[in-house]
Design a protein around this ligand. Structure first.
Ligand code: NAD
Ligand code: MG
Length: 393
């Protein structure tokens, strides 16, 4: 039977890789729902190629153009527009599997809706679990579907655990070890990083990704978000999650057991491996990824992370330990700061300062429901914008 897949964030980096894997297996998968933010042209091109049942544009102002262009391209499918249409697409009857690959907190409600509806949830949108981890776990219990992580580190850990996401203590797990490439500025000091430009920050040495996650990789906030993601996905306390810098990005993460065994998952740095694994799990399928030839790879190196230079990683651990909605506050402040950096309005090193300031200003509160969480997200964004306004004057 063919699995109908909704690709949320179809025009992005993960969306493109997902559609590449789907196209390799037409007998197994069909892209039945495609969702994008504002890039109508790219969405229409995907609709011409994949012929979905439904195309959704999240910005309602683009609906007319989408309808016009689909007609001109002779593509017949249903059309939706606006954030509510994205949520409806993620939970509706046109898909069995949802690939959550929207960037940022904007992906929260569709991720929760897919979980609540019992879809197989392939989670790339780490910001949604960092923001509403407890709510997402509740939604998964309610829906009864599987969550398979797509983030390469969590997908690696998932592969190294017995049976996916088991009780860690009962499984004899001592630690989860997340690998980090170290980003484009590994080995640099704070003095070197004063005048970094957005293009320099987005030039990742090993992975090709969207601009927001590329900046997060350069500040190590990406690893911080992943520590929080690992906490929620695998039920690991902060003290049982370690980060180790591994510049070759061939070991995607590891699990250490009480008997001293360390299991690792290796592969070339290509997100199609994790995506294909998550799509087909528990089976294995061709992903289009070049085999890893260990005789030709550089030797594997591991070193500790420099949290004095890359303070965002320490701030993420701090937010995780603070509990409540501190990780949502961290995420919102970071999104505002990264946007400002990408717009040329904030220096690279000030991203951590904005996040730290907002975390101090808004002490954690208990996570109650989505409505209050979204309100807290907005409060953190406003606080971050105030810090930015002060920094710029
Ligand atoms: P990207 O910027 O390349 O793509 C983002 C996609 O989200 C686009 O299709 C865009 O149209 C869509 N989008 C943006 N805002 C939206 C909104 N408000 N409503 C609906 N759609 C919206 O980003 P990416 O690199 O593909 O990353 C996507 C997510 O996956 C992020 O959360 C990122 O952290 C995570 N992730 C990415 C990678 C990677 O290799 N790119 C690896 C691991 C995890
Ligand atoms: Mg990752």
């Amino acid at each position: 039977m063919v699995t109908n897949v909704a690709v949320l964030g179809a025009t992005g980096s993960i969306g493109t890789s997902t559609l590449d894997v789907i196209a390799r297996h037409p007998e197994r998968f069909r892209a039945s729902v495609l969702v994008a933010h504002r890039s109508v042209e790219a969405l229409v091109a995907l609709c011409q190629r994949f012929r979905p049942d439904l195309a959704v544009i999240a910005d309602p102002a683009m609906e007319g153009e989408l309808v016009r262009r689909l007609k001109a391209a002779d593509v017949r499918c249903d059309v939706g527009a606006g954030p509510d249409a994205v949520v409806a697409a993620a939970s509706g009857s046109l898909c069995d599997t949802v690939v959550a690959a929207i960037v940022g907190a904007a992906g929260l409600e569709s991720t929760l809706a897919a979980a609540r509806a019992g879809k197989r949830l392939l989670l790339a949108n780490k910001e949604s679990i960092v923001m509403g981890g407890a709510l997402l776990l509740d939604a998964l219990r309610e829906g009864g579907g599987d969550l398979i992580p797509v983030d390469s580190e969590h997908n690696a850990i998932f592969q190294c655990l017995p049976g996916g996401r088991p009780d860690l203590r009962a499984s004899g797990v001592r630690r989860l070890i997340l690998t980090a490439s170290g980003g484009p500025f590994r080995g640099r000091t704070r003095a070197d990083l004063g005048s970094i430009t957005p293009d320099q920050a987005c030039a990742h040495p090993n992975w090709s990704m969207g601009r927001k996650i590329s900046v997060d990789s350069a500040t190590l906030m990406n690893k911080g978000l992943e520590v929080i993601e690992a906490h929620y996905l695998f039920g690991a306390p902060a003290d049982a999650i370690d980060v180790v810098v591994h510049p070759q990005s061939l070991v995607h993460s590891m699990v250490e057991y009480q008997d001293g065994s360390v299991l690792a998952q290796l592969g070339n740095p290509d997100m199609r491996t994790a995506i294909a694994h998550a799509l087909a799990w528990p089976e294995r399928i061709e992903a289009g990824v070049a085999p890893l030839d260990l005789t030709r790879t550089p030797s594997l190196a591991f070193e500790p992370a420099d949290t004095d230079t890359f303070r965002c990683l320490a701030l993420a651990f701090q937010a995780l330990r603070a509990g409540g909605d501190a990780t949502a506050i961290l995420n919102a402040a970071n999104e505002v700061a990264v946007d400002a950096f990408l717009a040329g309005a904030l220096p690279f090193l000030a991203i951590a300062e904005v996040v730290e300031h907002v975390l101090t200003e808004l002490p954690p509160e208990a996570v109650v429901d989505v409505r209050t969480l979204v309100a807290r997200d907005e409060a953190a964004r406003q606080a971050a914008r105030k810090v930015l306004a002060r920094a710029c004057c």
